[in-house]
Design a protein around this ligand. Structure first.
Ligand code: ZN
Length: 149
């Protein structure tokens, strides 16, 4: 009987640890369309680190259907998306040194995967943030609301 109780206790700890880890990371799958599968993502600033994995399940190369994941204040996202076009693929469609860009991944093409980890405390709870793809004008359709708790 004691052994069973011990086993249950350890299982409980393992499960709660796993649940916490899942809350501090997300996987986002994109493909050959100009869209994200989610239009909203909630990030908790109690996470020490938050990680986003972007997976491109399409077949088109980064040159023609590249995607990334970029976070800015909502008021900056259209201007950054426009400036990103000039930055081009060499800069992962992020203007170099641009302080409006709070988080960004590399641009990937079909069959590729990338990820970024960041300290969520750089974001203000209740702030107005947008995540989007800054590849060649995708920001018009490929975006969502980042909710920070
Ligand atoms: Zn894109």
């Amino acid at each position: 009987m004691r052994r069973i109780l011990t086993t249950l206790l350890f299982t409980g700890i393992a499960l709660s640890g796993q649940a916490m880890a899942q809350d501090c990371s997300v996987e986002i799958e994109v493909n050959d369309t100009i869209s994200f599968p989610i239009d909203e993502l909630t990030i908790d600033t109690s996470c020490e680190s938050y990680s986003v994995t972007l997976r491109h399940t399409g077949v088109m190369p980064a040159q023609s259907m590249g995607h990334n994941w970029v976070v800015t204040q909502t008021s900056d996202h259209m201007a950054v998306g426009t400036d990103a076009i000039a930055a081009g693929l060499d800069n992962n469609y992020v203007p170099p040194g641009d302080e409006r860009v709070l988080v960004s991944t590399n641009v990937i093409g079909g069959g590729e995967e990338t990820s970024v980890s960041f300290d969520p405390s750089i974001l203000e709870p209740g702030g107005d943030y947008t995540f989007f793809c800054s590849f060649l004008g995708h920001f018009g359709a490929m975006k969502g609301t980042l909710i920070v708790n």
